[in-house]
Design a protein around this ligand. Structure first.
Ligand SMILES: Nc1ncnc2c1ncn2[C@@H]1O[C@H](COP(=O)(O)OP(=O)(O)OP(=O)(O)O)[C@@H](O)[C@H]1O
Length: 240
């Protein structure tokens, strides 16, 4: 089933000049899609618009067939769209545990505890860091915390911007398998913006290359991994 669909979708900051134009993409239940593209291609703008943080400029986004209201982030979260932004948006002075608990503050004590235990199984490295301020965590731990907090919101669609920004590849490699796991076990549709093309292809089922706000290339990640030159040529604007 197609969980996330953008139809004739325009996004950006000025109606006269959308950064993302006429986008038609779908992400299946349990699918991990890598959203690739050069700087300024519109990847962040697209994620912000899909998650309601930026009003759309045209077209629609739907989750499981239900159209989202443009520019309404809370409604998007209620529909199951959760964004991990590139700055991770943690409360740096609050402890790791408090950051996590804020995501589940409306749940009963026992349900909150179970959810917390469940999410910490994905990131056991966070358990000994629960009492530490988020701002004191390493970059990798902060990214784990940001993803763990997003998972506590039980996303049907998980959008992750620049997962590896500022992180060593070895750290990224420890985080990426969690996304596969979440997609496989919960049926979550995952959209991952990632600058490291090879890492992105390793973890994803399919890649979409966005250039100047339009889809320039899309294919199975395994096929693209065998000929990464196709992606480079797409970035440069050449033929596939
Ligand atoms: N707040 C803003 N106001 C106006 N224009 C913006 C704003 N943020 C980004 N842009 C412009 O929108 C276009 C798309 O930027 P966006 O950040 O979405 O690209 P990106 O693919 O995520 O690139 P990067 O990898 O550099 O983050 C760029 O031309 C950028 O300059």
């Amino acid at each position: 089933m197609t969980l996330l669909a953008c139809t004739d979708f325009d996004a950006g900051y000025a109606r006269s000049a959308p950064c993302v134009r006429g986008l038609n993409i779908g992400v299946e239940e349990g699918e991990v899609v890598a959203l690739l593209g050069p700087n300024g291609a519109g990847k962040t703008t697209l994620l912000m618009s899909m998650s309601g943080l930026l009003p759309s400029l045209g077209g629609s986004v739907s989750v499981a067939g239900k159209t989202l209201t443009s520019g309404k982030p809370r409604a998007a979260v209620r529909a199951g769209v959760v964004l991990v932004p590139d700055d991770r948006a943690l409360f740096r002075r609050l402890t790791t545990e408090k950051n996590l608990r804020l995501a589940i503050r409306e749940r009963g004590r026992s349900s909150a505890r179970k959810s917390l235990e469940h999410v910490l199984q994905y990131f056991p490295a966070l358990t000994p860091r629960l009492g530490v301020a988020a701002g004191q965590l390493s970059g990798g731990e902060q990214q784990m915390l940001a993803i763990a907090r997003a998972l506590l919101q039980q996303p049907r669609v998980l959008l992750i911007d620049e997962l590896s920004m500022g992180l060593a590849p070895v750290v990224v490699q420890s985080i990426l398998p969690v996304l596969r796991d979440v997609a496989a076990s919960n049926g979550t549709a995952v959209v991952l913006v990632e600058q490291h093309v090879r890492l992105a292809l390793e973890v994803s089922d399919r890649a979409i290359v966005l250039v100047h706000g339009q889809v320039r290339l899309t294919d199975d990640s395994s096929a693209l991994a065998r000929d990464v030159g196709r992606i480079e040529r797409a970035y440069l604007g050449g033929a596939e």
